[in-house]
Ligand binder design. Structure first.
Ligand code: NIG
Ligand code: FE
Length: 410
């Protein structure tokens, strides 16, 4: 059964091969991107797309579209690759609305707020955690997120971390072990003892559920040596590193991430020139989370400096109950454009292909032939409307692996 979506006003493909609008290279070396996976931002006007067996089978000019079993009329609207959210904390109980309100009244954001979510998560039953997780996953899907990463980090005991990861593995293959989120209260004064647990018994219980290992490398959380020990231990059992780096102040996080060969250094709010150079000369993606700066009133990262240095930039939500409780990639794109000065093309690329790079995925983040048929139909004629109409729910329909998963094309 094949489906043709036609009369697409703008089809964002991020696929170099078939673009008629590839003048929008985002500074990356096209040669380095040939072959598998997403290329630079690329779009086709007056386009059509055929999907079959869960994959993109054809894209091109609507006037040249082949026949298909079923036809969907996009009526001039835009179609984009599904958003790839490469950083989210979705397994938790409780909420921190009062902490947010206090912050808006002048209190600072501190890593310690995490402890209150840890306490609530430990108290929650599996069905309670599963229900909260699934509600957020459905919320993300309705807003066009078709691939997402999900971390642990609110259990912080062997059993609680393992059950959080087991729940995450029910909803995504992109599961991240974040036992090193903070030192939990029962290890107060014994950070070394907790790091031993994270690198030993807890890792053994968690690794079977996870693909990635993460650490919050920050003052108030884990230092460079502790973070390196956690990433090394994870790597030794086959997990790939990613790091919460340089969120609350300058520090060693980015350099630890690059040295560990991390897929991504996330936040990157406070960077020195040495950090930017380290990222630029590595394969580590800089994942920016502008919803966090928005929700904590911190300064935004210098995204233009990263792009200017040739660093690959991804955008993600960081959906979590503390620093940023949004599941809206559209909001993140609008913030990236308006507050961080990305072009609309750079921001949409970062939220799709960039996220795929951060997750080392070649099947998503683009709509080249052979890609997974994950796509978003916007109630708008171009991708730019995601920033031009901030806060407006523009996602009309979402297909995941070729199946209509949310909304409607009517
Ligand atoms: O990515 N930085 C550490 N972890 C989360 C915040 C977690 C929380 O506040 O509950 C983050 O911002
Ligand atoms: Fe985070």
């Amino acid at each position: 059964m094949s489906t043709l979506i036609t009369n697409i006003g703008e089809l964002v493909t991020n696929d170099l091969q078939q673009a008629d609008d590839a003048g929008s290279r985002d500074g990356r070396d096209a040669a380095a991107l040939s072959g598998q996976g997403p290329g630079p931002f690329a779009a086709i006007k007056d386009a059509a797309l055929v999907m079959e067996a869960g994959l993109v089978a054809w894209t091109g000019q609507a006037s040249r579209a082949p026949a298909a079993d079923e036809i969907v009329d996009a009526r001039g609207r835009a179609v984009l690759p599904g958003f790839v959210d490469s950083h989210a904390h979705l397994v938790f109980a409780g909420e921190r609305g009062a902490e947010f309100a206090a912050r808006m009244a002048g209190a600072p954001y501190e890593a310690g707020g995490i402890a209150s979510t840890v306490a609530a998560t430990r108290r929650a039953t599996d069905p309670e955690l599963r229900a909260g997780l699934r509600r957020l996953v459905a919320e993300m899907l309705r807003q066009g997120i078709t691939t997402f990463e999900c971390k642990s980090g609110y259990g912080l005991t062997v059993a609680d971390e393992a059950r959080c990861l087991s729940l995450a593995a029910e909803v995504t293959p992109e599961v991240t072990y974040l036992g090193a989120h903070i030192v939990p209260p029962e290890f107060d004064g014994d950070a070394a003892g907790y790091v031993d647990l994270v690198c030993g018994q807890m890792l053994d219980a968690c690794a079977p559920f996870a693909r990635w290992v993460d650490v919050f490398c920050e003052s108030g959380a884990f230092g460079a040596d502790e973070a390196t020990a956690v990433l090394d231990a994870g790597r030794a059992v086959g997990l790939i590193p990613r790091v919460h780096a340089n969120q609350l102040g300058p520090g060693p996080g980015v350099r630890v991430a690059v040295a560990a060969g991390a897929a991504s250094a996330d936040h990157c709010t406070y960077l020195t020139s040495a950090d930017v150079e380290a990222l630029a000369s590595s394969a580590t993606v800089a994942t920016l989370l502008p919803g966090v700066e928005f929700s904590t009133r911190q300064p935004y990262p210098d995204a233009r400096r990263l792009l200017g240095a040739g660093v690959t930039v991804a955008l993600a939500t960081d959906c979590n109950p503390g620093s940023c409780f949004t599941s809206s990639m559209s909001l993140c794109i609008a913030l990236a454009v308006v507050a961080m000065r990305l072009t609309t093309r750079e921001a949409v690329w970062a939220a799709t292909a960039g996220g795929a790079r951060a997750l080392r995925r070649t099947d998503v983040g683009h709509l080249g032939a052979g890609a997974r048929a994950d796509l978003v139909l916007l109630d708008a004629p171009s991708h730019a409307y995601l920033a031009y109409r901030p806060g407006v729910p523009l996602v009309a329909a979402v297909w995941r692996a070729g199946e209509l998963a949310a909304g409607s094309a009517e």
